[in-house]
Each structure stands twice: as structure tokens, then as C-alpha cells.
Design a protein around this ligand. Structure first.
Ligand code: NAD
Ligand code: COI
Length: 333
């Protein structure tokens, strides 16, 4: 019988695993809530496929060599981003890899646009006031989203849905991508350079990968090019934003708000319950207390629809690899 071990499984994912197993009686899927590390890798002894969702926990030689020594060469990811993986080592140890490049772009896009709208309407300030029993209107007056220009950086799966949602608000939408989508180009959405987008947008939403060339796409120089009182939403990757530069711009009043779903130092911080304890990262503690900063712990993706798709597609991909097929979710490297 074919055997898959899935690491880092949450309760909501277990539901989807059980549903998949019921449809695939010839496959045994065992799960653990532990992440894949060099210490947990030996748990994979006897399995054909290792299925993971790391979210910031690196997978390098120390983890891959023990798997390869156990005869395992199939690694299937339940998420999009492959930034936790060391591809040199995956090559060295002959791994086949898949990810889930498109599970539910709506999950992330709607989170990003909800947060942008909340920033324009100062909803966090209002929620804090109401919680304090202050039900006065002023001074918490907002900007209507339809009167804003929303700039979408990256028009792949997620950015394209974000554009639809922003248009639904009635906002003027502009977009920038290194490779223009012909359908969107025909709608006249694109500006030619990132600088043009930064100069025109009241709200900027990032939907590009955290590849090295995109590191600190938002930095002191790019912030200078932005409109005064712009807001930024980062549900892309933490390393897209120089956090110190954004904090300085919030302090100076250049930026009106910041929504941060991904953070440059989020590994080991997000997806952990810190209740009753200080955050180990004082910068995050500072950001969380600001009434014009929205922090979510990389949960833009976190919906039932996305969770099911991530589990199903990653298990399907593992099955395909074992059957000698190349799944559509294969990661080429
Ligand atoms: P995608 O590959 O479909 O689209 C990415 C787009 O970015 C491409 O069109 C590409 O040409 C463009 N691009 C890359 N670098 C660029 C640059 N410097 N300037 C302009 N355009 C650039 O990816 P997607 O499915 O839309 O996902 C986008 C990103 O969202 C992922 O890479 C991941 O980092 C992030 N993500 C976040 C979450 C979350 O929960 N917060 C969940 C899934 C994905
Ligand atoms: C991805 O799918 O790449 C994400 O960003 C979400 C994931 C880390 C849970």
C-alpha cells in the first residue's frame, strides 16, 4: 500500500485529509502536527511521500539528507510559496517537488482588500474607541474606498482577484506587473513602471513573490515616491517590505496605515499562541499596539475552501508522483 506522511497538520486540515483518504482506499495517509525538521525527519521511515506546510521553517540539507537516506525522494507542499526550500539540496538528493500554486486566490485577495478598506475607514481606531465605550463619531472620519486609487503590484492569480474586488468598491484601479496579462492590458489597468504606481496610488497592495530580486521592494526610496497619506497592504511575503522604513513613515505621517499579514521575521513567531507572554520581537509588539496598523499572522490564506484545496491537491500530486506521472502542480527547478 502506498504511504504518505503529512507533517504540520492542523485540525481543520485533518478533516480534509480524512475526506481524501475515504476516496482513496489504496493509500495510507498518516499525519502529525509536528513540522518537518532534522529531528522529525526520521518519522518518515517507511513512507513513499512526505507532505508539508512549513510557513517559515526552512527545509535544507539537514532535513533532506535523512529523508533521502530513508529512500524518500518525493516532497509535496500544501502551499504556494517555495521560499522555505533549498533547491540546491533538493537537486543534490534527487527530490521531486510539488506545490499548490492556485488553491483559492480569493482567500488572500479578499483579505488584502478587506484590510485596505479597514485602513481607509479607520476601523481599528473605531473598534478601539467602541471597546472603551467611546461612541462619539469624531475624529474618526474615513475615506470612501470608491474615491481612492488602488495600486495592485503583481497581477498573477491573487492580484487579478484583488483587482476585481477593488473595482467592486468602485475604486480606480491601477496595476503593475513585469509581465502584463493581455486581458487586463486591454482594460487599460496597467501603468508602465512601479514608480508610476507608487506616485498615483492611495492604497498599495503587494501580490508578488518574495524572490531575492523583490527583497525590500518597499524601502525608504520607494516610500518617498508615494503619495502622502498612502496606505500599504502586504499579504505577499514579509521580505517585500523594509519594516523599519514603514515604521519611520508611519511615525512621520507620510503613511496613514499599514496592514501586515506577512512579516520579514515571522518564522517561529506567527502561528504560535503567545497569550500571557511577551512577544520575543519588540518591533511586532510595537506594530500591534498602533491603531493604524493591522497585523494578521499570515492568515490571509486561512479559509475552509483554501485549506481543503491545499490538502487535496497536495495529496493528489503525491499520488501522481508515486504512479510515475508528473502532476500539474510540479515545481520545476
Ligand atoms: P503568481 O505567480 O500567480 O503571480 C505573481 C505575479 O507577480 C506574476 O504575474 C509576476 O510576473 C509578478 N511579479 C513578480 N515580481 C514582480 C515585480 N518585482 N514587479 C512586478 N510584478 C512582479 O502568484 P500568486 O498566486 O498571485 O501569489 C502571489 C504571492 O502571494 C505568492 O508568491 C506568495 O508570496 C503570496 N501568498 C501569500 C499568502 C498569504 O496567506 N498571505 C498566500 C498565498 C500566497
Ligand atoms: C502560501 O501558500 O505560500 C502562503 O503564503 C500561505 C501558507 C504559508 C500557509
Amino acid at each position: 500500500m502506498m504511504k504518505i506522511i503529512a507533517f504540520g497538520i492542523r485540525e481543520d486540515e485533518q478533516v480534509a485529509v480524512d475526506a481524501w483518504v475515504a476516496k482513496h482506499p489504496g493509500v495510507q495517509v498518516d499525519t502529525t502536527n509536528e513540522l518537518l525538521t532534522s529531528e522529525t525527519a526520521p518519522m518518515a521511515a517507511g513512507y513513499d511521500v512526505v507532505n508539508i506546510l512549513q510557513a517559515g521553517v526552512p527545509v535544507g540539507e539537514a532535513t533532506l539528507k535523512p529523508l533521502a537516506d530513508l529512500g524518500i525522494h518525493i516532497l509535496t507542499l500544501r502551499n504556494v510559496g517555495t521560499d522555505d526550500l533549498d533547491f540546491e539540496m533538493l537537486k543534490k538528493y534527487n527530490f521531486h517537488v510539488s506545490n499548490v500554486p492556485r488553491y483559492s486566490p480569493n482567500a488572500i485577495a479578499e483579505h488584502a482588500m478587506i484590510q485596505m478598506a479597514r485602513l481607509f475607514r479607520h476601523m481599528k481606531q473605531m473598534d478601539i474607541k467602541v471597546y472603551r465605550h467611546d461612541l462619539a463619531w469624531a475624529p474618526t472620519i474615513g475615506r470612501e474606498v470608491r474615491k481612492q486609487t488602488i495600486g495592485i503590484v503583481g497581477t498573477g492569480n491573487i492580484g487579478r482577484v484583488a483587482i476585481q474586488i477593488a473595482k467592486g468598491f468602485g475604486a480606480k484601479v491601477i496595476a503593475y506587473d513585469k509581465y502584463q496579462n493581455p486581458e487586463l492590458a486591454a482594460q487599460g489597468v496597467y501603468v508602465d513602471t512601479l514608480d508610476e504606481l507608487l506616485a498615483q496610488a492611495d492604497g498599495i497592495s503587494l501580490h508578488v513573490p518574495g524572490i531575492p530580486e523583490n527583497h525590500y521592494l518597499i524601502n525608504p526610496d520607494s516610500i518617498v515616491k508615494m503619495k502622502d497619506h498612502a496606505v500599504i497592504v502586504n499579504a505577499g511575503r514579509g521580505n517585500l517590505v523594509d519594516t523599519d522604513a514603514v515604521i519611520a513613515a508611519l511615525d512621520s505621517g507620510k503613511l496613514d496605515g499599514f496592514a501586515m499579514d506577512t512579516y520579514e521575521d515571522e518564522g517561529g513567531l506567527f502561528n504560535v499562541d503567545w497569550a500571557g507572554q511577551d512577544f520575543p520581537d519588540p518591533r511586532v509588539a510595537d506594530l500591534i499596539t498602533r491603531d493604524n496598523v493591522l497585523v494578521s499572522p499570515h492568515t490571509a490564506f486561512y479559509t475552509w475552501t483554501a485549506s481543503e484545496e491545499m490538502v487535496e491537491q497536495s495529496l493528489d500530486a503525491g499520488l501522481a508522483f508515486v504512479n510515475g506521472e508528473i502532476p500539474e502542480q510540479v515545481v520545476k527547478f
